[in-house]
Design a protein around this ligand. Structure first.
Ligand code: ADP
Ligand code: GLC
Length: 477
């Protein structure tokens, strides 16, 4: 049994902008089933404080990164939470990372340094009687944890730190004149620790200071060490190759269960998707069509390859296919999608964030699209597998590891679960749309694909065991 303090900037069911929240929300329960004892430290954003009923005060910090703060304890669903209630940092309108002007909050470095500092205090002093054996941080927002552990603890008692990279694109960089406001030691402002091209880098602090580093798929762990995918951190990661591993994400198979999902007309076999498809077409204002009804649910950013969809779309539409898309993000992409949808009767776009609708789309879609330029793991292809919604994905990162391409060999062996394309270009995606349409037209082959998809294990069991083993291996050292 390992006591783990998980440190995350978002966590389902309290606050979510992407897959990190799903992972931070589901992994603790899966670890608990294996006997580990996890508490999750979260910022007390306004949305979090509003949802948490009657928290218990664990400790108080005066003059904490510019104001007074409290550490609160609360239980939400099956999560044991520690919440850093620091109104001067977190009690605001707007999203958790961005102000109303759409730019990062200017004090984001301090906001997440405070979170990391609180984690180090819990590691050193405990929260009540509970003290973690390990701190497990997620992404740059937890990157300074090892710096503060180093400050607050001595070498012989230092709590080990495991660092998970969900997306290496975000570095949490800031200028060197903030060393003091971030409570960092200036003697460690060098290339061996958290200095990155003259700036302070929270991500690099985590990468250099962690006892073990992992990321959310095996392929992305390899890709991270290359200039194409490392986003400038490839050298740092190569230097730590022996401590770097990949553990693929799971999904919460209770929340994503087609047999019990309250948002949909429940089903256990691919045939049962049909009433959901009819309902989905109606909801998106799409007529009947002979080709596959594709769905896409995503942040709308360059990473996610949304522009490739716009270029390759004719290949899908010419074969009688359709696309229902839900997302929000870059304004330019939002506008381009809406303009295109106004011209194409078989493209329907909803801009926004809607969890319930995302379930109905998975249930009603024939195929789910994930044409990402890079994808550490990706979760929507996993939901697709679970709902018999055949994934069409780019061959990269976790998308390589979780989908079996319908190659002639895989089809003959009866193991294929989806369609992959490579290189990640509009032309290759257009070809993939044609392959998808052909597979869809061969009804028996298609149903076999769907059945294989639905059989593939996508829960947390195996990966939670891998995390548990990782914790144990660190503690042994
Ligand atoms: P990332 O974390 O890079 O955004 P993931 O695939 O790991 O990518 O996770 C994205 C998560 O956010 C999934 O749970 C997905 O369903 C959800 N999501 C993304 N955009 C939307 C949206 N517009 N509405 C509802 N859910 C969304
Ligand atoms: C990141 C990645 C995504 C991954 C998620 C959860 O947001 O972009 O691929 O699934 O984190 O680990």
């Amino acid at each position: 049994m390992t006591r783990v303090l998980s440190v995350a900037s978002e966590c389902v069911p309290l606050v979510k902008t992407g897959g990190l929240a799903d992972v931070a929300g589901a992994l603790p329960g899966a670890l608990a089933a294996l006997g580990d004892d996890v508490k999750t430290l979260l910022p007390g954003y306004r949305a979090v404080m509003n949802k948490v009923k009657k928290p218990r005060v664990v400790s108080k910090f005066e003059n904490f990164f510019g104001g007074n703060a409290r550490l609160l304890a609360a239980k939400v669903t099956n999560l044991d939470l520690l919440i850093l209630d620091a109104p001067h940092l977190y009690d605001r309108d707007g999203s958790i990372y961005l102000g109303p002007d759409g730019n990062d909050w200017p004090d984001n470095p301090e906001r997440f340094a405070a979170l990391s500092y609180a984690a180090a205090v819990v590691a050193e002093e405990g929260a009540g009687k509970w003290r973690p054996d390990i701190v497990h941080g997620h992404d740059w927002q937890a990157g300074f944890v090892p710096e503060y552990l180093q400050k607050l603890q001595d070498k012989t008692t230092k709590t080990p730190f495991v660092f998970t990279i969900h997306n290496v694109a975000f570095h949490g960089n800031t200028s060197a004149d903030r060393l003091a406001s971030l409570r960092l030691s200036d003697w460690r402002f060098n290339a061996d620790h958290f200095e990155f091209w003259g700036q302070i880098s929270a991500l690099k602090a985590g990468l250099t200071g962690a006892d073990r580093i992992n990321t959310v798929s095996e392929t992305y762990a390899e890709e991270l060490m290359t200039p194409q995918f490392g986003m400038g951190m490839e050298g740092v990661l190569r230097a730590r190759a022996s401590d770097l591993s990949g553990i693929v994400n799971g999904i919460d198979t209770d929340v994503w269960n087609p047999a019990t999902d309250p948002e949909i007309k429940a089903f256990k076999t691919p045939k049962g998707k049909s009433p959901n498809k009819t309902a989905l077409r109606k909801e998106f204002g799409l007529d009947k069509a002979p080709g596959p009804l594709c769905v896409l649910i995503s942040r709308l950013t360059h990473q996610k390859g949304i522009d490739l969809i716009l270029d390759a779309l004719p290949a899908l539409l010419h074969r009688g296919g359709q696309l229902a898309l839900l997302g929000s993000g870059d304004t330019q992409l939002e506008v381009a999608l809406l303009e295109r949808a106004a011209q194409e009767p078989n493209l329907a776009v909803k801009i926004g964030y809607d969890e319930a609708l995302s379930h109905r789309m998975m249930a009603g879609g024939d195929a789910v699209l994930v044409p990402s330029r890079f994808e550490p793991c990706g979760l929507t292809q996993l939901y697709g597998l679970r709902y018999g919604t055949v994934p069409l994905v780019a061959l990269t990162g976790g998308l390589s590891d979780t989908v079996i391409n319908a190659s002639p060999a895989a089809l003959t062996q009866g193991v294929a679960t989806g369609v992959q394309f490579n290189p990640i270009t509009a032309d290759a995606l257009a070809n993939a749309f044609i392959r998808l349409s052909d597979l869809y037209a061969a009804a028996e082959t298609w149903e076999k694909l769907q059945k294989n998809a639905m059989k593939q294990p996508v829960g947390w069991e195996t990966s939670a065991a891998a995390y548990s083993a990782l914790y144990e291996s660190v503690l042994k050292d």
